[in-house]
Write a protein that binds this ligand. Structure first.
Ligand SMILES: Cc1cc2nc3c(=O)[nH]c(=O)nc-3n(C[C@H](O)[C@H](O)[C@H](O)COP(=O)(O)O)c2cc1C
Length: 177
């Protein structure tokens, strides 16, 4: 039987765990909200997951180390903006510590007041359904209040690099909530 390095140890090495988790391909999103002063805040997140259709719930995990964490920890609403294949630069911007990440980024307000990127693959405008404390992250569960999607190709992420989804199916229709 082949040995499994991760199971050979009693101690879980965080770097090795991060590498193993990174083998799961994901899309890339920018999760956005407003801070207590009303300023737009946002960070790149690939922890986005669909949770429930009835009620309509999604989740994203926010690090307690993020400088925008207080904004996400105290908000009533947030938006998840899924990125398309041409938006690697925007992903890098929102994964950085640049102070005003929204300076050159067009954004709109729809249902909740959370910033929605004018250019993205798909967006979900959510009210906070629940926050779950989870180690060094908080799981932010959102109830989808409005959304829209496009036929663009998604930006993907795997093993620390941006990747391409070769043959995405076009959506049957574009929906706006
Ligand atoms: C592709 C990618 C995915 C990421 N996913 C997450 C995530 O799901 N949750 C998280 O807390 N940080 C994630 N990060 C890291 C944050 O984007 C990064 O720490 C950022 O600097 C946080 O911004 P802030 O400190 O201005 O809040 C990701 C970074 C990249 C490049």
């Amino acid at each position: 039987m082949a040995s499994c390095p991760a199971l050979d140890r009693l101690h879980i090495d965080p770097q090795e765990l991060r590498r193993a988790l990174g083998s799961f391909p994901t899309g890339v999103s920018i999760v956005t909200t407003r801070d207590a002063e009303g300023n737009p805040r946002g960070m790149t997140a690939n922890s986005f997951t669909s949770v429930s259709l009835d009620p309509p719930l999604i989740l994203v995990c926010v690090s307690k180390m993020a400088s925008s964490f207080p904004a996400f920890g105290g908000c009533d609403a947030f938006a998840v903006n899924l990125l398309h294949e041409k938006q690697g630069r925007i992903s890098s911007l929102f994964a950085s510590k640049v102070v005003d990440k929204f300076a050159d980024i067009d954004h709109d307000i729809f249902h909740t007041g959370a910033p929605v990127l004018s250019d993205c693959l798909t967006w979900f405008d959510c009210t906070v359904h629940e926050r779950v404390d989870a180690g060094d992250h908080v799981v932010l569960l959102g109830r989808v209040e409005a959304f829209a999607t496009t036929a663009l190709k998604p930006l993907a992420f795997c093993r620390g690099r941006y990747a391409e989804v070769k043959d995405p199916q076009p959506p049957l229709r574009t929906v706006k909530g």
